[in-house]
Design a protein around this ligand. Structure first.
Ligand code: BTN
Length: 261
């Protein structure tokens, strides 16, 4: 996929760019359709939460991907979009957000963007590329909800919504093409590991199943799960919310990673 293949649809207001694009995906829209809105009246976040932002103060965008990939590896779509968004922030705001597992972008420990990936639910095992993955990003331009940050708080000059979108889609074109091969997906995962702000931290994870896990965030496994070293051994978490408690003492990290780190 090249940057020229993005088909960008613009909205003044829409309930949710993810919802709009999921509908188009169910109708058979091809990879590369992008929905961007000034405002969402029913924007959605992870784990059933709302995503709210005043008009024009947040990049609100969703992209449709149709990778030729096993279902277990579709999480790399989210990673590709998170990494491309982080790169665009570095390019335009001069600050490179890290990826807080599973897919928040953070500057220090403050969230600047959230990523929500959803599938059209097409049966796994269909023809290659038949599964649609809609990945939505909300990135705070000069909107700073409580406890979060914005690009404006870190950049020397204001960052425009459209220039951020262009930079993000430019980088994502190459990254999306990588998702069609095992080697490309492994490279994406390796990059995600390198830019993951959660690894090496002492964390408390509220799991999607309703439990809690506390320990050292040790690894992202091949399925994108966060492996937490706890007093009772390693626990791999597939979905949840993470609180970064503090950096792990170097000895504890070494013990968790082994002597070679
Ligand atoms: C999160 O951090 O919980 C994820 C937030 C994702 C928000 C974006 S805004 C564009 C797209 N449309 C939505 O309804 N949600 C995503």
């Amino acid at each position: 996929m090249t940057a020229a293949t993005w088909d960008v649809r613009r909205f003044t207001t829409v309930p949710s760019t993810n919802d709009w694009l999921l509908e188009r995906a169910r109708e058979g829209a091809p990879a590369g359709v992008v929905a961007v809105a000034d405002h969402q009246s029913a924007g959605r976040g992870r784990m059933g939460r709302r995503w709210e932002a005043p008009p024009g103060r947040c990049l609100l965008v969703s992209v449709l991907l149709r990778p030729v990939a096993p279902v277990a590896e579709l999480f790399t779509c989210t990673a590709a979009v998170a990494l491309a968004t982080s790169d665009a922030c570095r390019l335009l705001a001069g600050v490179q957000p890290g990826v807080k597992w599973p897919n928040d972008l953070v500057i220090g420990d403050e969230k600047v963007a959230g990523v929500l990936a959803e599938s059209d639910g097409a049966a796994p095992g269909g023809r290659p590329g038949s599964v649609a993955v809609v990945v939505g990003v909300g990135c705070n331009l000069d909107w700073q909800p409580p406890g979060a940050t914005s690009l404006a708080a870190h950049a020397k000059a204001p960052v425009g919504r459209d220039e951020l979108l262009e930079a993000m889609l430019g980088g994502l074109a190459e990254r999306a093409a990588l998702l069609d091969t095992g080697a490309g997906r492994r490279a994406t995962l390796a990059e995600l590991r390198g830019r993951c702000a959660t690894l090496g931290r002492i964390v408390r994870v509220e799991t999607a199943a309703g439990g809690a896990v506390t320990g050292v965030a040790r690894e992202l496994d091949g399925d994108g799960r966060l492996v937490v070293a706890t007093a009772a051994g390693d626990v791999a978490v597939a979905a949840g919310d993470v609180a970064h408690l503090r950096p792990a003492a170097s000895q504890a990290v070494q013990a968790a990673h082994g002597p070679d780190g």
